[in-house]
Design a protein around this ligand. Structure first.
Ligand code: ADP
Ligand code: MG
Length: 250
């Protein structure tokens, strides 16, 4: 239902224009979970921003359910059911959590308690809390994720949802993605490096060096990660020597 056709993106950096994305061809289907992973700086967030219309493409087309949305702006795409939870969410100072959920929701009577519960926040503590400097990055991310859950979306992109989130809430969040997938037809794209998120994937999209290097299965990726660990003799030797947590540099 969402089709990126030969998309490219140029952005102005410190040293002038540079090509951040090239030859992005991607077909995303309804009711599937895609996990996008790959090295830092590879272009994952840029793909998400291109889907949301935050970055206008330099070339190629974006088709949503047969409609060409390449020239549509963020607001128009949001109305059409495209949602994006930022890697680093904005701090809407002065608004209460319940206001954010209210503004975001396109449902008749959203169950705000449930929405907060789904992201591991206790409604009693958070509903009337004002967004201010005391909110941690992880709390802010979860409020933003809840605001996306409040909408009827065709496609929802979550950019590293696990960042800054404690283990218990992380577990809750993975269950929430599964529930969303079970209860709706929304296409879910999760940018993540976490094994537990990878295990949710119908397909894994590997992004590196501004392009999609491979589309594969979670089984293949997880097997490759395990094999790399096994092959990393230097790390294993370190661990045997008592240097726990040593990085593999081989
Ligand atoms: N607004 C911007 N202006 C210039 N360059 C950018 C901008 N945003 C990202 N980039 C560059 O694009 C590349 C891809 O970044 P990004 O999409 O954030 O990667 P990822 O999310 O995979 O870590 C990086 O080299 C980054 O420095
Ligand atoms: Mg990113």
């Amino acid at each position: 239902m969402l089709d990126l056709q030969n998309v490219s993106l140029e952005l102005n950096g410190d040293e002038g224009k540079r090509e951040v994305l090239r030859n992005i061809n991607l077909k995303l289907e309804n009711k599937k979970i895609y996990v996008m992973t790959g090295p830092n700086g590879g272009g994952k967030t840029s793909i998400a921003k291109v889907i949301m219309g935050i970055y206008p493409v330099s070339g190629g087309k974006i088709i949503l359910d047969g409609m060409d949305i390449t020239d549509k702006n963020i607001t128009e795409r949001a109305r059409l059911g495209v949602g994006y939870a930022f890697q680093t969410p904005a701090r809407f100072k002065g608004l209460k959590v319940k206001d954010i959920l209210e503004i975001s929701s396109d449902k008749e009577h959203p169950d705000q308690c449930q929405l907060l519960f789904d992201v591991g926040l206790c409604a009693k503590d958070y509903m009337n809390r004002e967004i201010n400097a005391t909110f941690s990055g992880g709390e802010l991310k979860r409020v933003e994720i809840a605001s996306l859950l409040a909408r009827n979306l065709k496609i929802a992109v979550f950019d590293e949802p696990e960042a800054g989130i404690d283990l218990w809430s992380f577990q809750k969040l993975t269950e929430t993605f599964s529930k969303m997938n079970f209860e709706s037809d929304t296409t879910i794209v999760i940018i993540s490096h976490q094994e537990r998120i990878l295990k949710l994937a119908d397909e894994v999209i590997l992004v590196a060096d501004g392009t999609i290097s491979r589309i594969t299965t979670q089984q293949k990726i997880l097997a490759e990660i395990t094999r790399q660990d096994a092959l990393c003799g230097c790390r294993n030797d370190c661990i045997k020597g008592g240097a726990f947590g040593a990085e593999c540099v081989g």
